[in-house]
Write a protein that binds this ligand. Structure first.
Ligand SMILES: Cc1ncc(COP(=O)(O)O)c(C=O)c1O
Length: 392
């Protein structure tokens, strides 16, 4: 319950969010508690961020120990935990080099700058244009909202950053339009998260990759939401059998401690030279320690194998429910990035589930988005299904 004082404090915030009146103050694993001690199951993971559950003990211990050593040190000095995290990302992905920042939008900003700079300073061409796709979401900074092909995100912010061209998603026939003399890169999500949990078709992605390789266009994958195990592999691109040139990552990388990064091939990374890009906080010792321990935990605890089992289980339960309830139009997604398309407004289901103490999200008007931590238990999934059954 809100007190009068809480309401007064709320007015000190610029209202950029439509917030639910729930004041969370504690979390552990899939569980969160509000200020009155009411318990909820968090099937949002802070929007695909606390992938290893809230206050993961392994990550917490390492971050706490880093906090007692050094919090911040500028990128004018060498930062050992940053180097180790970069090495781990390189060892476990297609990439050869990493740049660190603090969020998903910043990671995509870095990718956009790298693509233009690679074309203009390495290839000595005039190419600047980046192709993105309808219903995409790439962030809220001026360049990333210009990249985002959704009018509602762009409205009121003109003039937009120029040089983005939007094509239909999953449309093989539109692919040839990608190539123009000005195109330097393509940027896409392999499962559109905010846009309605829409997985890309394998055939389409492979055709896209072939065109990019043929014409020397950088293939950049936005894995801000799909990355760090969310779709069942460390990154979603692995399931498509493609080799990107650049991948952007954030959210789950620090399990809740802010961090972002781009991972690039040696060739694409030539686009940045000293002074070309930077960030005061990017890759600081605390954030990179969180990133390193998150990846170590995923590896040591075989988290990805568990995602596959849990994903198969929750999808089979949801598909069964779909057969029983006409209101469920579609169940889709990958791993534990799940969209349930409903007849009617998904927000009504989110609110009904909240009354049952389950937290979920929407993705567009009709899609209920379900993002449990990768460490969710079968009992917790059962409880979610039980509550969902009672509200749909
Ligand atoms: C695919 C994708 N890209 C970029 C972003 C922006 O990330 P951030 O909010 O950390 O800036 C998001 C956030 O939801 C996202 O889902």
């Amino acid at each position: 319950m809100l007190s009068l004082t809480d309401n007064a404090w709320k007015e000190a915030l610029i209202p950029t969010y439509n917030r639910f009146p729930i004041r969370l103050s504690k979390g552990k694993g899939t569980s969160v508690w509000d200020q009155d001690g009411e318990h909820y199951l968090d099937f949002t993971s802070g929007i695909a961020t606390c992938n290893l559950g809230h206050v993961n003990e392994f990550v917490k211990q390492r971050v706490e120990s880093q906090l007692s050593e050094l919090w911040h040190c500028s990128n004018l000095f060498e930062i050992p935990s940053q180097e180790q995290l970069a090495q781990k990302l390189v060892d476990t992905t297609f990439g050869n080099q990493v740049f660190f920042c603090n969020s998903g939008a910043e990671a995509n900003e870095a990718a956009i700058k790298l693509a233009r700079s690679y074309a203009q300073t390495v290839k000595q061409s005039n190419a600047f244009e980046i192709v993105t796709f309808t219903s995409s979401f790439h962030g809220r900074t001026m360049a990333t909202l210009s990249a985002t092909a959704q009018e509602k995100i762009q409205k009121g912010f003109s003039p937009l950053v120029s040089g983005f061209r939007h094509l239909p998603y999953n449309d093989l026939t539109a692919l040839e339009q990608i190539v123009s003399e000005q195109t330097c890169a393509v940027l896409l999500e392999l499962v559109q998260g905010e846009g309605g949990v829409i997985p890309a078709d394998v055939e389409w992605v492979k055709a896209l990759e072939a065109i990019c390789k043929e014409h020397g266009i950088l293939l950049m994958i936005d894995e801000v939401q799909t990355g760090i195990g969310r779709t069942g592999s460390l990154f979603a691109y692995e399931q498509y059998g493609i080799r990107p040139d650049v991948v952007s990552v954030a959210k789950g990388l620090g399990n809740g401690i802010p961090i972002g990064a781009i991972i690039a091939t040696n060739e694409a990374a030539k686009g940045f030279r000293p002074g070309a890009h930077g960030s005061t906080f990017g890759g600081n010792p605390v954030a990179t320690t969180a990133g390193l321990s998150t990846l170590t935990y995923i590896e040591e605890q075989a988290v990805l194998q568990q995602v596959k089992v849990k994903s198969d289980y929750i999808f089979s339960e949801l598909k069964q429910l779909q057969k029983e309830r006409n209101i469920i139009k579609d169940v889709r997604g990958k791993g534990l990035l799940i969209g349930i398309e409903l007849e009617g407004n998904a927000i009504d289901t989110v609110l009904a589930l909240q009354r049952q103490h389950i937290l979920t999200l929407i993705a567009g008007q009709h899609v209920l988005r379900v993002l449990p931590p990768l460490t969710v238990s079968t009992e917790e999934i059962d409880q979610f299904i039980f509550c969902l059954k009672s509200v749909v």
